[in-house]
Design a protein around this ligand. Structure first.
Ligand code: ZN
Length: 197
């Protein structure tokens, strides 16, 4: 367990005094009544939890090594981890699971102002989910290149999205029964009691 971050103890200060001394000095500062954590240190605390979830649930064989937490007003309101293998759900990524739990918990389909901490840069699906949820900020530990180096497809999907539709791996056949589908949009427009989002 590392000492929590404190503004009085910058990285260089900690290096200078040695970890052990810095830790006990930090403890004294907290005992003296300083706020126990400030933003940068809190980020590390939340990210450490996301990484911990990745490790725990990977060893539980729930899925791949990915964890995420949703934070609102300085508090974790939901946690998620990859459950693809254990639930046979290819969309059960850590970020999606955390977003679902957070939304259920607060009773809203929006997480405005919330922070998403994820042990790895989100794949396009999870990034899109964060946009749909109107998450405020996303913090990442590993990058998509790190994931690709361990055979996770995130980077491939990012590259696919950037391609024109005809050049993508999965063929997409456009405009099948387009007018019939458009009619549903028209009905939506006319619905007086719809819930827009
Ligand atoms: Zn994902």
């Amino acid at each position: 367990m590392q000492a929590p971050f404190h503004p009085n103890f910058s990285a260089s200060t900690v290096r200078g005094m040695g970890r052990k001394r810095a830790r006990s000095a930090a403890k004294n500062v907290f005992a003296a009544g300083f706020a126990p954590c400030l933003p940068v240190g809190m980020r590390e605390t939340f990210m450490r939890r996301a990484i911990e979830l990745a490790r725990i649930h990977m060893h539980n064989k729930d899925g791949g090594p990915f964890g995420a937490v949703i934070v609102q007003d300085g508090e974790i309101i939901a946690e998620g981890w990859n459950e693809v293998a254990s639930t046979n759900d290819p969309t059960a990524h850590a970020e999606v699971m955390a977003i679902r739990r957070a939304c259920r918990r607060i009773g809203s389909f929006e997480l405005r102002g919330a922070e998403l901490y994820t042990s790895c840069e989100p794949c396009p699906m999870c990034l899109a989910a964060a946009y749909w949820a109107r998450v405020g900020t996303i913090y990442c530990a590993s990058t998509r290149e790190d994931a690709a180096a361990h055979q996770f497809d995130d980077d491939l999907i990012y590259r696919e999205i950037a391609l024109p539709i005809p050049e993508r791996t999965i063929p997409m056949v456009m405009e099948v029964l387009r007018p019939e589908a458009q009619a549903v949009f028209d009905e939506w427009d006319r619905m007086p009691d719809k819930v827009p989002y």
